[in-house]
Design a protein around this ligand. Structure first.
Ligand code: SF4
Ligand code: SF4
Length: 165
């Protein structure tokens, strides 16, 4: 099996816009690489690559639970233990960083797949909209809008770059 998983955030966003009731399967990597709760690959990718890293971030200001903060690299981090899933941040973000189905409780548990498990990975690919998740031997390739999220996952997205990054 190819070494890396390529997730196309551009196509995923289009799929959610096209069908607002779509329940996208979610990919997780256990164990969590952070101490703030297990995050889906889509959430990690959105804050890392889609987010414009606003200086006075309206998502942080609007959050009634103080659940959002920037890390030392300016990347938004959501504290899952504080978030009350009100989706105010989703609504106020002027760049649509978070897809409309983000931060929803009571989601179908069968939609979560552990990418460390090869069989779950295969199921995740099959459950995802066509062409949005694939296996690849390629590496990060900025000219193709493909970036490395971690050792296992590559993400395709339009990266916002400023001179400060
Ligand atoms: S408002 Fe949107 S683009 Fe701005 S920092 Fe928050 S998530 Fe990122
Ligand atoms: S969904 Fe969570 S992170 Fe977003 S504003 Fe509401 S409490 Fe804060």
């Amino acid at each position: 099996m190819a070494g890396k998983i390529l997730i196309d955030m551009i196509k995923l966003r289009a799929a959610v816009v096209e069908n607002s009731t779509l329940e996208l399967p979610e990919a997780l990597l256990y164990p969590a690489g952070n101490t703030n709760g297990l995050k889906t690959i889509r959430e990690l990718a959105a804050f890392r690559f889609t987010c414009r890293r606003c200086e006075d971030a309206p998502c942080i200001t609007v959050c009634p639970a103080d659940a959002l903060e920037k890390d030392s690299n300016g990347i938004i981090n959501r504290h899952t233990n504080l978030c009350i899933a009100c989706k105010s941040c989703v609504t106020i973000c002027p760049f649509g960083t978070m897809m409309t189905d983000f931060f929803t409780y009571h989601r179908n548990r069968d939609l979560f797949y552990n990418l460390n498990d090869e069989r779950e990975l295969e199921k995740f690919i099959k459950a995802s909209p066509p062409g949005t998740v694939s296996l690849t031997d390629e590496d990060e390739s900025p000219e193709k809008n493909i970036y490395r999220l971690n050792d296992r996952v590559l993400v395709k997205d339009y990266l916002y770059i400023t001179e400060n990054k």
